[in-house]
Design a protein around this ligand. Structure first.
Ligand code: C5P
Length: 314
C-alpha cells in the first residue's frame, strides 16, 4: 500500500492515501504593535518552521472523520473531535469548493498542544493542503488564505510554510531576507498555556515593527539581529507560568546557544545554534539537567514541500 505514484508527489500512494507534514511554527520575534477594536492584537513577527512535525494522513472516505494518535494525542483528549480545527478546516474547504467527498483523517500528534508552536494552526494548514490533493480541488491563493484566516490567526502563515514576516493579526505575509542555516532546540516545560489568557495578561506599551533589513550571513549574525528584537508576550507568559523563566535562563547557559527566546504565547522556548552537533549536544546536557521538560532539536527550515517533508523522519 506504500508504493509510490509514478511521476507524482512522493506523498501520493496507489491506494489514494495522502500524507502531509505539519511542522512546528516558531516565532523568532513577536512584537505586539497595537490592538484592534475586536480585541485581536496587531503583531509583527518573524515566523519560521522547524523540521519537527505532526503528520496528517488522509484516506479517501465517504464521510469526514478524525482520529488523533501519537505521543501528544492524550493532551487533546479533552478536545471534542467534532470541534477540532482540522475538521473545521475540512468543512470550510468543502463549503468553499463545493466538494462532497469525505476523508478519513488521522492526526499523528508529535508536537505539544497549547504550546506556542502552532500545533492546531499547522495541523489545519496541512489538512487544507492534503484535502485539496485528496479531493482534487483548488482555490485562488487569496481565497484560500482568507479561509485559513477564518480558522485561526496563525493558519495563513502555516499554509505559506516558509520563513515569513507576518503582520496585521496574521493576514499580512511578506518574504523576509533569506535566513542562514541554523538549528533550533525547542524546549517546553510541560505546562499548557492558553493564548487568549497570555494576551490578556500582557501589559505595557505597544512595540513597533522591526523587520530584518538585510540577510544575516550566518546563525551568529541572525542571533545578533534577533537579540535587539523581542517576544512581547514573554513577561505575560512568565507571570502565568514562572517555569518559562527557568527554561530561558537554563537554555541561555548551554554551550553553543547563541540566543534563547519564547515562541508565540509560550510556553515553548527555542535556543538558536549554528550546527546540528552543538544543538544535539545541548539537548543531551539539558535532558540530564531537566528530565521533565519536553525537548527536541530541529533544523530551521527554508522553503519546504509539506508532502515531501512527511516522508522524512518523524
Ligand atoms: O485566532 P486564534 O484562535 O489563534 O486566536 C486565539 C486568541 O488569541 C484570540 O481569541 C485572541 O484572544 C488572541 N489573539 C490576539 N491577537 C492575535 C492572535 C490571537 O489577541 N493576533
Amino acid at each position: 500500500a506504500t508504493q509510490q505514484d509514478k511521476g507524482g508527489s512522493s506523498a501520493t500512494f496507489v491506494d489514494g492515501t495522502v500524507r502531509v507534514a505539519a511542522p512546528a511554527k516558531v516565532n523568532l520575534t513577536l512584537h505586539v504593535t497595537g490592538r484592534r477594536d475586536d480585541g485581536y492584537h496587531l503583531l509583527h513577527s518573524l515566523v519560521v518552521f522547524a523540521g519537527l512535525f505532526d503528520r496528517v494522513i488522509l484516506e479517501p472516505a465517504d464521510r469526514l472523520s478524525l482520529e488523533v494518535v501519537g505521543p501528544n494525542a492524550s493532551a487533546l483528549a479533552g478536545v471534542p473531535t467534532d470541534d477540532n480545527i482540522v475538521l473545521r478546516a475540512a468543512w470550510a474547504l468543502a463549503a468553499a469548493t463545493g466538494s462532497r467527498k469525505g476523508a478519513r483523517i488521522t492526526l499523528h500528534k508529535m508536537l505539544p498542544v497549547a504550546a506556542g508552536i502552532g500545533g492546531g494552526s499547522t495541523d489545519a494548514a496541512a489538512a487544507l493542503h492534503g484535502l485539496m490533493r485528496l479531493w482534487d480541488v483548488r482555490l485562488p491563493t487569496d481565497r484560500l488564505l482568507q479561509l485559513a484566516g477564518g480558522l485561526g490567526a496563525d493558519v495563513p502563515v502555516c499554509l505559506r510554510g516558509r520563513p515569513t514576516e507576518m503582520s496585521g493579526v496574521g493576514e499580512i505575509l511578506r518574504e523576509p531576507p533569506p535566513l542562514p542555516a541554523a538549528w533550533l532546540l525547542l524546549v517546553n516545560p510541560g505546562v499548557p498555556l492558553s493564548t487568549p489568557q497570555v494576551f490578556k495578561a500582557r501589559s505595557g506599551d505597544f512595540g513597533k515593527d522591526m523587520p530584518l533589513s538585510e540577510a544575516p550571513r550566518d546563525a551568529a549574525a541572525l542571533a545578533s539581529a534577533l537579540a535587539v528584537r523581542r517576544n512581547d508576550l514573554t513577561a505575560a507568559a512568565i507571570s502565568l507560568v514562572p517555569e518559562i523563566g527557568r527554561v530561558l535562563a537554563t537554555m541561555a547557559a548551554l554551550p553553543g546557544c547563541l540566543l534563547s527566546r519564547m515562541s508565540g504565547s509560550g510556553a515553548t522556548c527555542w535556543g538558536l545554534f549554528t550546527t546540528e552537533y552543538e544543538c544535539r549536544a545541548a539537548a543531551r546536557a539539558l535532558r540530564l539537567e531537566s528530565p521533565g521538560w519536553w525537548m527536541e532539536p530541529a533544523p530551521l527550515l527554508g522553503a519546504f514541500d509539506p508532502f515531501e517533508l512527511a516522508e522524512g523522519q518523524p
